[in-house]
Design a protein around this ligand. Structure first.
Ligand code: HAM
Length: 428
């Protein structure tokens, strides 16, 4: 026998049954997708799908060359002379498509997407090399009211999924380019004074991405990071006003938040508002959703200046949390389990199953002419509510037998044409 080939490390299968190391099954995932689509419809966001592979330059220009995502984690390859990359996130691709197809020519856009993203990170619980995001982008909206609605939308979804009590909102304001430049100069000077105690990451980031030095988890550097010059102290009038307006709106909406002046995010395109939803219930990978404003990015990608804001959630992390602490109605079990006995009954069974499906019932056929007792065991195990049984005598008489496998209706044999009506009555 040949050796088995395994999936790439950090890239997971989604299976119909839960696994020991992965409790999410495909019915749970699909239930989330349905809930998410309803939620997006309620906010009148429109769906967009872009390719999983883009020119590498798109991510370098938008996310930033010095970020970990672009610098260390992208799956990049040469495609007959052109450098391409698997998308590590969805914002850049979404905006590329919007600019390319001129979607903003006469109106702002509210868009959402869902799909696989790829980052070559060290896999661990909640961190994968192929993971899935649901992302939302509101393009052409400058006001803090949109920031507030974007954040309130998340809170609404957490509420629908029963995890609002498990998450915390962290908020920061990154100001504009000039404010960040002034802060950066002060920060670099401060970090240089403390260069001797910086770890390897810190030393590397000191000149490439000094804000990220403050993001350190190293306990020995916390005092240094806490006392560093704060970006908030460098904000001008407009940035302060925007941030204050957002906080007022969140308070008015009853959305609790924690201000985290060290929240900088790992992608370079942000300005003004940034936020993350975190949980302490998933271990080290506790950020389930992150986002913020990127007022300059569309112009950077060749479009007109368009103030915008968005976020993306990691679906794996979110569903791990929902699975353990929230609620999500799945409908994994078929409603009807269809069985037949005797070769002459096969066609009648398949026809009866089709008419039930046409009436909206989900029907699973057993698929072979086994002993009825064996078929009933399977019907029971799969959770179906009703049994549809066709034997040779029923087939000859154009009848079917229906059995209520879970309730009090018992079993009846009816003309095949009445099966739908009968099950509808039982179901009601
Ligand atoms: P991000 O913070 O890089 O932002 O990713 C968003 C979310 O994706 C994270 O909060 C996390 O839940 C999930 N995630 C990231 N990396 C992994 C991984 N390796 N394994 C599992 N989950 C992961 C963005 O991607 C921005 N595009 C969000 C955005 C949209 N900002 C504005 N619009």
């Amino acid at each position: 026998m040949s050796s088995k080939i395994q999936a790439v490390k950090g890239m997971n299968d989604l299976l119909p049954t839960a696994q020991k190391d992965w409790p999410i099954d495909s019915a749970f995932w699909q239930a989330f997708e349905r809930e998410a689509a309803r939620w997006m419809k309620d906010y009148a966001y429109r769906f967009i799908r872009t390719p999983m592979i883009e020119p590498t330059a798109l991510f370098v220009r938008s996310i930033g060359e010095e970020t970990d995502v672009v610098g260390k984690e992208m799956y990049t390859f040469d495609d007959y002379g052109e450098s391409l990359s698997l998308r590590p996130e969805g914002t850049a691709s979404c905006l590329r498509a919007v600019v390319e197809h001129n979607l903003l020519y006469n109106a702002p856009q509210k868009l959402w997407y869902m799909g696989a993203m790829f980052r070559h990170e060290k896999p661990q619980k909640g961190r994968y090399r192929q993971f899935h995001q649901l992302g939302v982008e509101a393009l052409g909206f400058a006001g803090a009211d949109t920031d507030a609605e974007i954040i309130a939308m998340c809170a609404d979804l957490w509420q629908r999924l029963g995890i609002l009590d498990c998450v915390q909102l962290e908020l920061n304001c990154l100001g504009n380019r000039d404010e960040r430049a002034a802060h950066r100069a002060a920060l670099v000077a401060y970090l240089q004074q403390h260069e001797a105690i910086l770890d390897e990451d810190g030393k590397r980031r000191l000149h490439t991405n000094p804000l990220r030095v403050l993001d350190t988890k190293n306990p020995a550097l916390q005092d240094m990071a806490n006392n560093a010059p704060r970006l908030l102290d460098f904000l001008g009038e407009d940035s302060r006003h925007h941030y204050a307006a957002l906080k007022n709106l969140l308070n008015a909406l009853g959305i609790a938040f924690v201000e985290n002046p060290r929240l900088v995010r790992g992608l370079d395109y942000y300005n003004a508002t940034v936020f993350e939803w975190t949980t302490d219930k998933l271990g080290a990978q506790g950020t389930i959703c992150g986002g913020g404003r990127y007022d300059g990015l569309i112009e950077e990608l060749g479009g007109k200046p368009t103030p915008s804001i968005g976020f993306a959630m990691g679906i794996e992390r979110l569903l791990l949390l929902v699975h353990e602490h929230g609620c999500l109605q799945t409908d994994a079990a078929p409603e009807v389990y269809a069985m037949y006995q005797g070769d002459a009954a096969a066609a009648a069974l398949l026809q009866a199953a089709q008419s039930l499906r046409a009436a909206g019932f989900a029907v699973l056929t057993h698929g072979s002419n086994q002993k009825l007792a064996t078929q009933f065991k399977k019907a029971d195990a799969c959770g179906a509510r009703f049994g549809l049984i066709v034997g040779e005598s029923e087939a000859a008489a154009d009848e079917v037998t229906l059995k209520d496998l879970r309730g009090e209706h018992g079993q009846v044999t009816v003309p095949a044409a009445q099966a739908v009506l009968q099950l509808q009555q039982w179901k009601a």
